[in-house]
Design a protein around this ligand. Structure first.
Ligand code: DAK
Length: 257
C-alpha cells in the first residue's frame, strides 16, 4: 500500500489535510503532491466541507519542494512537468482555505502557505524562500505573492537574501493572520476554520473571488467585478435568510444555496 503522505480527515464542516512526511521535513515530492491534490479535489466536491485546513508537523510545515527529485532536471524537463498546474489549484480553490504553520515553511512550503487564504502560525514558524542558495528562484508563487503581501523592499530582501521571517515578524508584516503557542496553534486554526465554515458558502466564494481579482486588476475593473458579485448574491437563499434573520433578531440558518 502507498504511504499516507497526506492524512485527510473531516472535522465536522472542516476538511483537514496533514502533510505527513516528517523524515524529510514534509518535502513536497510528487507522491505527496498527488495526495494533496486528491485531498483538495475531494474536499472541493464534498458539499458538507465548507473550509479546508492544510497543516504539517510541529517541526515542519514543509521544507520546500523535494530537492532530491529536482536536482538532475533540465529546463525543458522542468517546464514540461505535468504536475506544475496543480500548484494553481489551491489559489483557485472555491472554499476558504487556511494554512496552519509550525516550524519550517520554506521554498515551496512557504509558497503553499501563501496560496491559502489565511495563515495561522505557531510561535516556532519560520517563513523563507531559500531558493537562490540552490541556484534557482521561487517558482510556485513566492516572488509574486510575497511582493503583493509585503511590498517590494521586503520581498526583494527575503527572496534575494533568503532571510527567514519568524512568526512574530511575519505577523507584524501582515504575512500571517495570527500566532499561537505550538501547543495550541492547530486547535486555534481549526476553531477559526469552523467559523469560516459557518459562513454562507456562496458569499464566501464570492468574497474570495473578489479579493483575488482585486490583487490582479485595476481599481475600476475590480470595483465593477465586486459590484457584479455583490448583486449576484441577491439570487441566493442565504442572502434572503441572512437579511431576514437580522430583521427578526435571530441567528441565520445558512444552507449554502
Ligand atoms: N528536499 C528534500 N529533502 C529535504 C528537504 C527538501 N526541500 N528539506 C529537508 N530535507 C531532508 C534532508 O535531506 C534530511 O534528510 P536525510 O539527510 O535525513 O535523509 C531531512 O529532511 C532532515 O533535514 P536536515 O537534516 O537538513 O534538517 P536540519 O534541521 O539540519 O535543517 C532545514 C532543516 C529546513 C533548514 C534544511 O533541511 C533545509 O535547508 N532544507 C531545504 C530548504 C530549501 O532549500 N527549500 C527550498 C527547496 S526548492 C514549482 C513548485 C515548487 C517549487 C518550485 C517550482 N513549480 C510549480 C514551478 C519549489 C521549490 C523549492 O521549494
Amino acid at each position: 500500500m502507498a504511504a499516507e503522505l497526506v492524512k485527510s480527515e473531516r472535522r465536522g464542516p472542516v476538511g483537514l489535510l496533514t502533510l505527513n512526511r516528517p523524515q524529510a521535513l514534509n518535502a513536497l515530492n510528487h507522491p505527496l503532491m498527488d495526495q494533496l491534490e486528491a485531498g483538495l479535489d475531494r474536499f472541493a466536491a464534498e458539499a458538507a466541507v465548507r473550509c479546508v485546513v492544510i497543516t504539517g508537523g510541529e517541526r515542519a510545515f514543509a521544507a520546500g519542494a523535494d530537492i532530491k527529485e529536482m536536482d538532475r532536471l533540465s529546463a525543458a524537463q522542468m517546464a514540461a512537468d505535468s504536475h506544475l498546474s496543480r500548484w494553481d489549484k489551491l489559489g483557485d480553490f472555491p472554499k476558504p482555505t487556511l494554512a496552519a504553520v509550525s516550524g519550517f515553511a520554506l521554498g515551496g512550503g512557504c509558497e503553499l502557505a501563501l496560496a491559502c487564504d489565511l495563515i495561522v502560525a505557531s510561535e516556532s514558524a519560520q517563513f523563507g524562500q531559500p531558493e537562490l542558495a540552490l541556484g534557482v528562484i521561487p517558482g510556485a508563487g513566492g516572488t509574486v505573492r510575497l511582493a503583493r503581501a509585503l511590498g517590494k523592499a521586503r520581498a526583494m530582501e527575503l527572496v534575494l537574501t533568503g532571510r527567514r521571517l519568524g512568526a512574530r515578524e511575519a505577523l507584524s508584516q501582515g504575512l500571517v493572520n495570527a500566532v499561537f503557542p505550538v501547543e495550541s496553534y492547530l486547535r486555534e486554526a481549526l476553531a477559526l476554520a469552523e467559523r469560516l465554515a459557518s459562513l454562507p458558502a456562496l458569499a464566501a466564494a464570492a468574497a474570495k473571488k473578489s479579493v483575488a481579482y482585486a490583487l490582479d486588476h485595476g481599481l475600476e475593473e475590480s470595483l465593477r467585478r465586486e459590484r457584479a458579485l455583490f448583486a449576484s448574491l441577491f439570487d441566493t437563499r442565504d442572502q434572503k435568510e441572512g437579511m431576514k434573520a437580522f430583521i427578526e433578531k435571530r441567528k441565520p440558518a445558512f444552507t449554502g444555496t
